[in-house]
Unconditional design. Structure first.
Length: 146
């Protein structure tokens, strides 16, 4: 069995960068930071941060670039992709998260946030005061062929 799925909730580390490829496809690149906090056996507070590189395609990428900025909270779901290349005769690689779905997240972690909209393929999104209206997001999804 083969299974490749990743889900991360964190903060965007830099403003999303949207590019249009010559084929007309949109691609959005951004970083995400996920903090983990715990106490060790002695009760001392510990923390570690995972920094991930994310890439989102099509309307998903366009919506992330449109509605998110550095520091915003986001939940992403996708798959891991290994990119490999050679530079000056040296093999290099990078693991990237290919974002398939995303959710708006209340930056204060409020559990009673009301549903706002639907991201690509029906992923529910959460409302915060600075988020777009339901009509704004759904209008972007009208091009889905099903």
């Amino acid at each position: 069995m083969n299974y490749n799925k990743v889900m991360l909730g964190g903060n965007i580390t830099r403003d999303p960068e949207l590019k249009q490829l010559p084929s007309g496809s949109a691609v959005c690149n951004f970083g995400i930071a996920v903090n983990k906090k715990w106490k060790d056996a002695n009760g001392a507070a510990k923390e570690e941060v995972y920094f991930g590189e994310c890439q989102a395609w099509g309307k998903t990428g366009e919506n992330i670039a449109k509605f998110f900025a550095k520091g915003n909270a986001i939940f992403v779901e996708g798959e891991l992709r290994l990119e490999q290349w050679e530079k000056d005769g040296v093999k290099q690689s990078k693991t990237r998260i290919n974002v398939l779905f995303f959710q708006f997240v209340d930056s204060k972690g409020e559990k009673n946030a009301a549903p706002l909209a639907t991201a690509k393929y029906g992923t529910p999104a959460m409302q915060t005061p600075r988020q777009p209206t339901r009509q704004e997001v759904e209008a972007d999804d009208l091009e889905i062929p099903f």
